[in-house]
Design a protein. Structure first.
Length: 268
C-alpha cells in the first residue's frame, strides 16, 4: 500500500508536472494489497488509509492521493485498482474515493491464476463497475504459455459472443513486453523485434491486430471530458496508428507508474 511519507509528495510532484498533459492517465498505485487486514477493514484502509491492522506504516488511502492530485490543479483521469493486487473490485463502487471532477477510472488485473478469473465473476464484480465508470484491464495474461484463457477473456472485454449485450468495449493491456520464458511469467514476445511467444503471445498479437482502434461509447452518467480530449485529432490518426501496429507486429508499449512495461490496446 502507498505510504504518507513518500507517495503523497510523489503524486504532488508528478501531478504538477503532468497536469497540462490531459492524455496522461495517473495510475496511483500498482496492485494494492491491504488484504492482510480483514473484511471491510481492508476496503476502509484502501480508501481512508491511516493506521491499518497488520500494516506497520501510516497508509495513504486513495482519497488522500486523489485529493493530492486535484490540489495541484491536475484534471487528468485517475486510475484506481481494487484489492488483492487489483483483482477484487467487489466493493469498489461502495468505497471509491470522491473526485470533484468525476474523472476516475477503475482498474483491474486478470490472470488465469487469480480468484476472479472466470465469466460469472467478471459479470458480478466487474461489469457493474464498468457501467458506472470507465474500466481498464490494466494487466491480463496467463502463465501456461497457452491462449485459451485470453480468448475467453477477450470475448468478455470486447463484448462479443455471450457478452455482446455490453454495448461497449473495455480497455485492456497485456502483460508483458518481456522475453522471459512464458512459464515463469506471462510474456508476449521472444524477441524485442516483436516475435510473439507461441500460443499466448501470438493470441494477444492477433487480438490487437483484429481489434479496430475506436472510441467506445461514453458512459451516460459521466462525460469524462479528458477521455475525449483531442478526439478529432485521434480519429484522423487511427488508420495511421493501426498501420504502424501491424507493421511493427505488436501493440503499443506502455510504462505504468511502477516502471513495468505492458502492451496497450484501445482507449476507453
Amino acid at each position: 500500500m502507498p505510504n504518507t511519507d513518500h507517495s503523497v509528495p510523489f503524486w504532488s510532484q508528478a501531478a504538477n508536472h503532468f497536469k497540462n498533459m490531459p492524455n496522461v492517465i495517473f495510475d496511483l498505485f500498482n496492485e494494492p494489497y491491504p488484504d492482510r487486514t480483514s473484511g471491510n477493514d481492508a476496503w476502509r484502509c484502501f480508501r481512508d488509509g491511516g493506521s491499518c491492522p497488520g500494516i506497520n506504516f501510516n497508509v495513504a488511502g486513495y482519497q488522500t492521493l486523489v485529493n493530492t492530485v486535484r490540489n495541484t490543479g491536475a484534471k487528468n483521469v485517475v486510475m484506481i485498482g481494487g484489492l488483492s493486487y487489483s483483482n477484487d473490485l467487489s466493493q469498489w463502487l461502495s468505497y471509491k474515493p470522491n473526485d470533484p471532477l468525476n474523472q476516475l477510472a477503475a482498474s483491474t488485473h486478470i490472470y488465469n491464476f487469480n480468484y476472479c478469473s472466470y465469466g460469472s465473476c467478471w459479470e458480478n464484480q466487474l461489469f457493474p463497475v464498468s457501467k458506472q465508470v470507465p474500466l481498464i484491464v490494466g494487466e491480463f495474461g496467463e502463465n501456461d504459455c497457452q491462449g485459451g484463457f485470453v480468448n475467453s477473456l477477450s470475448q468478455w472485454f470486447l463484448g462479443q459472443g455471450q457478452y455482446s449485450y455490453h454495448g461497449y468495449r473495455i480497455s485492456h493491456l497485456a502483460w508483458t513486453w518481456n522475453t522471459w520464458d512464458c512459464k515463469s511469467g506471462p510474456a508476449v514476445i521472444t524477441n524485442y523485434d516483436g516475435t510473439c511467444t507461441n500460443n499466448f503471445g501470438c493470441t494477444v498479437k492477433n487480438l490487437f491486430e483484429s481489434t479496430p482502434i475506436t472510441f467506445a461509447k461514453t458512459h451516460q452518467s459521466h462525460s469524462h471530458p479528458n477521455l475525449e480530449t483531442n478526439k478529432s485529432k485521434n480519429q484522423k490518426d487511427r488508420k495511421h496508428e493501426k498501420d504502424r501496429i501491424n507493421n511493427n507486429n505488436h501493440g503499443y508499449n506502455k510504462t505504468n507508474g511502477s516502471g513495468q512495461n505492458c502492451t496497450n490496446s484501445t482507449t476507453h
